[in-house]
Design a protein. Sequence first.
Length: 269
Amino acid sequence: MQIKRLFPLKKINIENITINDLYDRLFSITKDRGFKKKTLGIIDGWPIIIFYRKIDKNKPSILFSSCFHGNEIAGCLGIINFLENAPEDLFNSVNVSFMPIVNPTGLELNRRKNKWGENPNRGFCHLSSNKTKISKEGLILESNVALITALAKDCFVSLHEDPDFEYYYLYTYERDTEPSEWSFRLKNTLESIFTPIPKKLADYLFVNMASSIVFKCCDGSFEDLLFHLGVPLTATTETPGQLPLKKRVQANSAIIASVIRYIRKKERL
């Protein structure tokens, strides 16, 4: 399949990207690659959409998300870049779905929280210890959780950034009692591109210095919820927002490819 490059990396300029650009490119490239779309809900006029292909119940299912926080754009651009360039064989033995813009009002305003000051990635579980109220976006996700867990049956990865740092770290969830092959697969992908977080920052963020991983963090996030709902492998990757956008976009695209290859290989064992 010949994929037209709709969004050349060399022309990306963060100041010139609008939310309309992102939706337009997502609609175009997903249509070109044979994806359907389902609108989960509308936030202030903007849709929260899942893009998916026909689901084969005999194949593992992976869901990728991005833009839970509106000032973390490289995940969404990484999804676009991946869809523009990924070989078709990556889709042959897995069901891959995308939820690229979870927080459209935050994205429009280029800020972490939504238009109403709510954090779309908190308030889903552990409510006795996490007092953050679920957001408007969270309520939409919650009302569609059966569909989402089906599309993320085997794996869910949320592509985040940390705008304050030039180092990477990540959150992982898996059934093992300590980080194993799943967690280290993501770590190695990130570390092939970025520098791990140093000790003084790792201590502040509760990151394990030896692995750059925060493991099974009960923070009430959406990835935390999906893990507790039975998705066996979930993660949040934190690419360094202080580094050039092009590098972060390429990294997120590489993360998607790496995860698909890992799940595909795991299924064949």
